[in-house]
Design a binder for this molecule. Structure first.
Ligand SMILES: Nc1nc2c(ncn2[C@@H]2O[C@H](COP(=O)(O)OP(=O)(O)O)[C@@H](O)[C@H]2O)c(=O)[nH]1
Ligand SMILES: [Mg+2]
Length: 269
């Protein structure tokens, strides 16, 4: 692990965020396994109180602290229960943090609930995130579900733009680097990948495709071209395609280098 100035090991937190069904839970498993296969340690944290079955064994599980079903029984709706869960998680943030520290892992992969408004708008989510991450480094990996922007076999520029802007809203609230990942890339045809690549290479062309959208939207996309959107990657938890790219992007965002896996632990920073 990496030695910080304070002498404690620095952990890298990778928060997987995305809409429900975008593949966060699957990616928590696959990315954790990938990291361990490359001789580093990974801790898997489940922060989704509502999940029933996980494909991985969480090292830290918020369901041990927060009973989502009880909250539903108390009469809260699914969203209200989740909002309340985050408030309750805050009360246990120190314990969650301590349990994560105990694992002494290089990477902490955090699986989160799919209600992205928690990350885009709610201050308590930011507080929770800050308490759990403490003085370690964090990055958000924002999974974009292709089913959101593929319609009738082609990529829809309006939905794709919405997905990008949602990522921007999340960064506005969370204020840490965000890596965009188009998930489930195994489901994408070469033709669709080419269309998306052409938009990403020149966001002006995406803006041009937004013919009958309010002009402000095309302007925002053009501004993104100028400001730089940041990394947009493709990855699949099913085939493991693109996991090396996610890892490299996390490294660039957090450690400023790509060959972490091949170096001795003491030389990692
Ligand atoms: N084809 C394919 N399906 C995936 C992939 N990742 C997840 N899925 C499927 O998408 C659904 C939602 O995945 P899950 O990881 O639970 O998403 P979450 O709600 O964001 O945690 C499940 O049926 C997964 O099997 C992938 O890379 N490729
Ligand atoms: Mg999930």
């Amino acid at each position: 692990m990496c030695r910080s100035e304070r002498g404690r090991d620095v952990m890298y937190f990778v928060y997987l965020v995305g809409t429900a069904g975008s593949g966060k839970t699957s990616m928590t498993k696959t990315l954790g396994d990938w990291i361990e296969d490359h001789e580093m340690s990974a801790c898997r944290v489940n922060l989704d109180p509502a999940v029933e079955v996980l494909p991985y064994a969480p090292d830290v599980d918020v369901r041990e602290y927060v009973n989502y079903k009880e909250l539903l029984k108390e009469g809260l709706g699914p969203n209200g229960a989740l909002v309340k869960s985050v408030d309750l998680m805050l009360l246990y943030a120190d314990q969650l943090r301590a349990s994560i520290e105990e694992t002494e892992s290089n990477y902490v992969i955090v699986d989160t609930p799919g209600q992205l408004e928690l990350f885009a708008y709610r201050k308590s989510t930011l507080e929770l995130f800050k308490k759990i991450t403490a003085n370690d480094k964090a990055v958000l990996v924002y999974l974009i579900d292709p089913s959101l922007f593929i319609s009738e076999g082609s990529a829809d520029p309006y939905s794709f733009t919405s997905a990008l802007l949602l990522g921007l809203s999340v960064t506005a609230r969370m204020k840490v680097p965000l890596i965009h990942v188009i998930s489930k890339s195994d489901l994408l045809s070469e033709e669709i990948i080419n269309v998306i690549d052409s938009w990403l290479e020149d966001l002006g062309s995406l803006a041009m495709s937004l013919g009958d959208a309010p002009p402000a939207l095309a302007r925002v996309v053009e501004a993104l071209e100028e400001a730089g959107l940041g990394e947009v990657l493709f990855a699949s938890s099913l085939t493991e395609e693109g996991l090396d790219n996610i890892y490299a992007a996390v490294q660039r965002a957090l450690a400023g280098g790509e060959d972490y896996a091949t170096e001795e632990p003491s030389a990692r920073l």
